[in-house]
Design a protein around this ligand. Structure first.
Ligand SMILES: [Zn+2]
Length: 114
């Protein structure tokens, strides 16, 4: 737990899971292949980021809960309810993509350090 709290600021700033200083992303969704500071390769093996999909599901669900609650209170038609949730997912997709990968890399680094 202590290790995770130490990693919280680098996770929020999307920093390298190894040195906690180098930026992971070069743009909105474009990633560096390796850390500009410590040169640690981000994709440790082929298919490495497949597990980040599950982290992304969790993050996006948590972020969409307020929209779901709002839609339940407003009581729209089933079509508008679905469109509202789909729009919310589309809007948060870049955030979800970035943090899913960063959180996954930090969890993996904690479980299996380089
Ligand atoms: Zn680094």
């Amino acid at each position: 737990m202590l290790q995770f709290t130490r990693r919280l600021p680098p996770i929020l700033l999307c920093r390298c899971p190894h040195c906690l200083r180098g930026p992971v992303f070069a743009g909105l969704i474009g990633m560096h292949e390796s850390c500009p500071v410590c040169h640690a390769r981000y994709e440790r093996e082929q298919g490495y980021f497949m597990n980040s999909i599950f982290v992304g599901y969790l993050i996006s669900f948590v972020l969409v809960i307020p929209v779901i609650l709002l839609l339940v209170l407003l009581g729209p038609s089933p079509l508008n309810f679905t469109l509202g949730i789909a729009a919310a997912y589309a809007i948060i997709a870049p955030v979800t993509f970035r943090y899913a990968r960063v959180v996954w890399m930090h969890l993996d680094e904690m479980m299996d350090p380089r």
